[in-house]
Design a binder for this molecule. Structure first.
Ligand code: ADP
Ligand code: MG
Ligand code: ZN
Length: 479
């Protein structure tokens, strides 16, 4: 029996984080009322002329550099011609043989093994409008042109991936990098990070590639995996029973758990690409490229390594805190406000156990009422011994509710630790007096009773006593 191996290449469309569209001043914001962010340019009215968005070009260069690409000092927009209602000009302004970025790479890791995946190219193009089918229950289709003309970077991988797991690792890594360099928001559901997967199989040992199918519109990591796995198995079944793979575009049907045919695949020559006569070539100087390179922030891999080596976090913690750039920013800002790197582990723990619990249910940074500086204020109180860790969680919950500072909550609720040794000692003596039998047991050698006393004292002080001081005094009084 022949064994087959899969060959996969991915095309990712990442929406660039610009305020306005690629060739006009219309807002690129997602989710507005249909057809409100439109003008003659993005509606494709005859005679309207495009003006390239500088910011989009800069973001494309940024992404190229982060992906190890060579950035072309001269690149060109080209027209990709086809007819569809979501494309009012009958061509998409894209790039063809002179893309802005080429020859990059991404190193992925699957099961502890690193692998280099080539990036063929990354090019700028405009998004199409959005067809909305059956609005209000009819058979008709309406078009929302708000999305028409929003800037995309299409990132094309070499056919270097060999499994669904590798494809998933590549996508996660790519999304991670693009988010951390501020080029893309990584939102698969809103479609600002979309993936098409090209899949073929070949007998193991054969060099030549098999015929591929292209899986379109896969909008979650879970579906990417399932769709590719299904497609590999489907192709194996077809080929094993003597059939041939047809080059076509397929889509993942989640309800049926399978890929289904959308249309036969067009070839590049069908598009009649030619340089866009309305747009001059994009020229960028080597100096500009180098200055953008110098402005790149720390990439997620480097950040994780630094959290582990410099701050002493576990790789797991480092992974959680770099799960999203806003979490990493929040962590770093809190630590900076505390001004002591040695507190990295404590800050990390608090953010993971407390902050992320709230962020998950309430949404991210913009709406989160506790700022990094305010959290640092709370953790500083813990460090000073003004409150203990348990009270800190209680205060934090209050900060999230009311937005008040840790100091004012501790003050107004009288939560400050009982640090007055004389007062604490009196409390402890009271506990000992109330439990003469246990005191007897302890003095008779039953060490385990010690925990009972600590518990009683904490209860008597409503958890506000510093546990360390309690233990010291207890030892002395029981001594
Ligand atoms: P198109 O623009 O028509 O989709 P490209 O040649 O640009 O075609 O290739 C698109 C993607 O398909 C790339 O990611 C490439 O790596 C991948 N690819 C090309 N040939 C194969 C193949 N035989 N099997 C799997 N993937 C392939
Ligand atoms: Mg394609
Ligand atoms: Zn417009």
């Amino acid at each position: 029996m022949t064994t087959y191996e899969a060959v996969i290449g991915l095309e990712v469309h990442a929406q660039l984080l610009t305020r306005t569209k690629l060739f006009c001043g219309c807002s690129a914001e997602y989710g507005a009322e249909p057809n409100t962010h439109v003008c003659p340019v993005c509606l494709g009215l005859p005679g309207a002329l495009p003006v390239p968005n500088e910011k989009a070009i800069e973001l494309a260069i940024r992404a190229g550099l982060a992906l190890g690409c060579k950035v072309r000092t001269t690149s060109r927009f080209a027209r990709k011609n086809y007819f569809y209602p979501d494309l009012s000009k009958n061509y998409q302004t894209s790039q063809y043989d002179e893309p802005i970025d080429e020859h990059g790479e991404l190193v992925i890791e699957v099961d502890g093994v690193e692998k280099r995946i080539g990036i063929t190219r990354a090019h700028l193009e405009e998004d199409a409008a959005k067809n909305v089918h059956g609005e209000g229950g009819g058979l008709h289709t309406v078009v929302d042109y708000n999305r028409a003309g929003t800037p995309l970077l299409e990132i094309v991988s070499e056919p270097d991936l060999r499994s669904a797991a590798e494809a998933e690792a590549y996508l996660k890594k790519l999304r991670d990098i693009l988010m951390f360099i501020g080029v893309n928001d990584g939102n698969l559901e809103e479609g600002s990070f979309r993936c098409d997967a090209n899949v073929s199989i070949r007998p193991v040992g054969q060099e030549e590639f098999g015929t591929r199918t292209e899986l379109k519109n896969i909008n979650s990591f879970k579906f990417v995996r399932k769709a590719i796995e299904y497609e590999i198995a489907r192709q194996e079944a077809v080929v094993s029973s003597g059939g041939k793979i047809v080059q076509e575009t397929r889509t993942w049907n989640e309800a049926q758990q399978k890929t289904v045919t959308m249309r036969s695949k067009e070839e590049a020559h069908d598009y009649r690409y030619f340089p866009c006569p309305d747009l001059p070539p994009i020229r960028v100087s080597e100096e500009r490229i180098e200055s953008i390179r110098a402005s790149l922030p720390e990439l997620p891999d480097a950040k994780r390594a630094r959290y582990v080596e410099q701050l002493g976090l576990t790789p797991y913690d480092a992974g959680v805190l770099t799960g999203h750039p806003e979490i990493a920013r929040f962590f770093e800002a809190t630590l900076a406000a505390l001004g002591d790197e040695k507190l990295g582990k404590k800050v990390a723990n608090f953010i993971q156990s407390e902050v992320l619990r709230f962020v998950e249910t309430r949404g991210l940074e913009a709406t989160f009422p506790v700022k990094a500086e305010a959290l640092a204020g709370l953790l500083a109180l813990v460090e000073k011994g003004s409150i203990n860790g348990k009270i800190a969680k209680q205060v934090f919950a209050e900060m999230v509710e009311t937005g008040a500072s840790a100091e004012s909550i501790v003050e107004s609720k009288g939560l400050a630790a009982v640090t007055d040794t004389a007062a604490l000692e009196a409390e402890i003596q009271k506990v000992l007096d109330a439990n003469p039998a246990q005191v007897e047991q302890y003095r008779g050698g039953k060490q385990a009773v010690f925990g009972f006393f600590v518990g009683q004292v904490m209860k008597a002080t409503k958890g506000q006593a510093d546990p360390k001081a309690v233990q010291e005094i207890l030892r002395r009084l029981l001594g």
